[in-house]
Design a protein around this ligand. Sequence first.
Ligand code: PLP
Length: 405
Amino acid sequence: MLNIQTIREDFPVLSQKVYNKPLIYFDNGATSQKPEIVIHKLRELYAEQNSSIHRGVHYLSSKMTERYEAARETVREFIHAGKVEEIVFTAGTTASINLVAFSFGEAFIHPGDEILVTELEHHSNIVPWQLLAERKGASLKVLPINEKGELKLEMLDELLTEKVKILAITQVSNAIGTINPVKEIIQKAHDKDIPVLLDGAQGVQHGELDVQELECDFYAFSGHKVFGPNGTGVLYGKEKWLESMPPCQGGGDMIANVSFEKTTWADLPLKFEAGTSNYPAAIALAEALNYVTSVGRDNIVTYEKELLGYLSKSLQMIEGLKIYGTSQDKISTISFLINGIHHQDTGMILDKLGIAVRVGNHCAQPLMKSLGIEGTVRASLCFYNTKEEIDQLCNGLEKVKQMFG
Ligand code: PLP
């Protein structure tokens, strides 16, 4: 059992008022808030230990290098990867996916090949593949969804042709909360020797994760969505793939030897970490992951399920409100619209009541198109939210109806 009030005290931002109303933060899908220990860690690193990592001979540099590599080990453990060599620090999910799209694409995508994505994807898991397809003369194929916002798995076999060289799929939909049955999907792709990239931007913070058990070939996530700092992220890649992919950026740190005639690459994972990395943020990300572990991922899943059930029931009691995405398996994110009221108007009124929700297409325009709408209001909750806050949201929505109904 989580003590939510104690947990809330760990997050300084949550205790503030906006427009003289207590802040209700339901925009965790966009970015999560940061616990004090993460904020403190960043301050401590800059105030007391700052020094560029790797190859430094002095005290601060070697200490910071140790901390950076320890952070990599923390990430490895958190996602249950087999080796630290398989953990690449990046600037976020977008950077991780672009890395794979470029480097995997250089090595393995040829004219006529296909890249399979789904209708549920965030633009970050569509556009890098489109760029790759254009560069290489390949094409993009799309697995559609049904009316509940679940993938049409019955079409997967047919789409996984021998032309498909990679399947890139989100673990969880940011826009409508669907949790995809990724284990089953990966199995089907692997039966045909097709590697799978999982976009874990909305998955990693909502429960246990074991990349070895899932057998995914790549896993991408952002630090800022898992209570860590902005500008951090991770790419997990199976060693066999990372070894056979060329680097996507050149510069310091990623080389073994440079000459004008020939340059050789550093060993994994540094081959993919060109330039001075955001090492303080990576170390603070590890602090965030340790925080999540201390809260307990099973506890998080249980409590967020309870929140989802309550939110879902409460929203359904509002006349004229339609929920988009009614998959059986969901995270605590609900997208909705109230009859005839523009999502932007709903969001603006809720804001004045101190309630932060996201409105718009959620960087998922193809999904919105398939749902036949321009955008939604999205409430994305996490373990520091409460049922009382959900009640406030529903009161706010009744006010919205009174004003615009
Ligand atoms: N993929 C999904 C499913 C997301 O929700 C997001 C962000 O909302 C991204 C990718 C992109 O993440 P970032 O902007 O942190 O790189």
